[in-house]
Structure formats: C-alpha cells, structure tokens
Ligand binder design. Structure first.
Ligand SMILES: Cc1cc2nc3c(=O)[nH]c(=O)nc-3n(C[C@H](O)[C@H](O)[C@H](O)COP(=O)(O)O)c2cc1C
Length: 230
C-alpha cells in the first residue's frame, strides 16, 4: 500500500517537475535573446559534419561568404587599407572608429621587407615597382566582397609621390559601380598628388571623391572633421 502511494505521489508531481524544466530552459534562451528557431538552426550547424576534403573547405568558405554578405549589407561603409609599416593603418583604424565601418587590409603576397622599402636605393623593390607603371604586385590577403558597401575609403602610403603599385592591382580587381570611393594616404610630407585620380582612372568605375593626405600622427578630431566635410 505504501509502495502504491509513493508511485501515485510521483505521478502527481510529474506535471509540476516538467513545468519547472520547461521554464528554466526557456529563460536561458531568452537571456541570450535568441528564438527557439535560431537555437535549432545553431544546433543544426553545430551537429553538421566538418569539411573533409579540400573541395569541401571551399564549399564551406562559399557558405561563409554568403553569411558575410548579410553582415556587410548591414554596414554600408568599408575601409580598405594597405600599410607597409602601420602608419596608414593607424588612420584607417580611426576612420573605422568614427564611421563604424568594416576594415579590409591589403597585404602583399610577397611582404615588403625593410630592404625592399629602401627609398634611397634606386634598385630596391619599391623603386623598381614604382618606376614601372605596369607593375602589379600580387595581393596576398583573401579577396573581399564589396557587395552591400556603398562607401569605400581606400588608404595607402605615398611611395615616390605615387600610390603603391599594389593599390593599382587592387582597384583593377574590383567593380566600384554605384559606390562612393574616397582615397586617403599618409606620407612624410608629400601631398596626395595625382594618386587618387590615377586610382580612379585605373578602376574605371565608381564615384571617386577628392582624397586627403594625413600625417601619421593626425588626430581623431582632424580625421573626424574631414569625414564630416565629405
Ligand atoms: C619606398 C618609399 C617611398 C616613399 N616616398 C615618399 C614620398 O615620395 N613622399 C613622402 O612624403 N613620403 C614618402 N615615403 C614615406 C611614407 O609615405 C610614409 O612613411 C608613410 O606614412 C608610411 O606609411 P605606412 O606605414 O602605412 O606604410 C616613402 C616611403 C617608402 C617606404
């Protein structure tokens, strides 16, 4: 009899216990701000088999870039920068901070060494490339999708009064149709010169604005007032 009472007691408690479990798991989801549909989508992804072959990795990359495109569409500004020693990157970071833009860094497939950048040596890699308008150094960083970006800042250092040839490689590789493109550069003292116009003409697409030159130590306020004036 005692045994029977215990079993009946357990049955009576069960709805209450089930209710408590449901409530506690529901509140964890709500705390993270995700719906049960999103939760099941995440767990579907987590349980998906990892890519096995090189081909699968490419497929996974394609899926990822589709997701990236969604993110890009939310953020209309992109800052593209090439910076051999970090000076122009410092300006790019400030533009990102001011505008909330995404950042894409161009790196050279063959990085520029100190020796390559010896501007007093007419036989250095930089001197040779800059003396040859048809030189197109290969980009090493993963290509970026420009989908969803309506404004693109493009930054670089001045090399022998010009944009580095790798910037020519970049602008010739992308379609800037329908986008506003804003060049900016850093230098020891030279102005931006014809570099912005040259990039615009090599790109052949996009609405290119007059660019600006900054000293490496340009302040946040200086960059902000330039952006506000555009
Ligand atoms: C190969 C080479 C050529 C340069 N030519 C110039 C120039 O013509 N005029 C100038 O003011 N600065 C010149 N500079 C200095 C750079 O433009 C300056 O240091 C720049 O801020 C470096 O930017 P980064 O650190 O982003 O690469 C040159 C630097 C190098 C390495």
């Amino acid at each position: 009899m005692l045994q029977l009472k215990k079993i009946m007691g357990l049955f009576l408690c069960m709805p209450v216990m089930l209710g408590l479990i449901a409530c506690s798991s529901g509140s964890a989801v709500e705390e993270k701000g995700i719906t049960s549909e999103e939760l099941s989508a995440i767990s579907d992804k987590e349980t998906a088999a990892p890519p096995q072959e090189a081909e699968d990795v490419v497929t996974a990359g394609a899926v990822l870039s589709e997701e990236t495109k969604t993110t890009e569409a939310k953020n209309a500004t992109l800052v593209v920068v090439f910076s051999a020693t970090g000076t122009t990157k410092g300006i790019a970071d400030k533009i990102v901070e001011i505008t909330g833009a995404d950042l894409y860094e161009i790196t050279a497939y063959e990085p520029y060494t100190d020796e390559d950048r010896e501007y007093k040596n007419s036989e250095s890699r930089c001197a040779i490339e800059q003396n040859d308008a048809s030189s197109r150094p290969v980009i090493g960083s993963e290509p970026v999708s420009l989908d969803g970006y309506s404004t693109i800042y493009i930054g670089y250092p001045i090399w022998f009064s010009q944009e580095p040839r790798i910037m020519d490689t970049f602008v010739e590789s992308y379609d800037f149709s329908g986008k506003t493109v804003i060049p900016f550069c850093t230098s020891g003292s030279s102005s931006i010169g014809e570099s912005g116009h040259n990039l615009a003409s090599l790109a052949g697409t996009g609405n290119w604005l007059e660019g600006a030159r900054f000293a490496g130590d340009a302040s946040f306020d200086e960059i902000k007032s330039w952006i506000d004036s555009l």
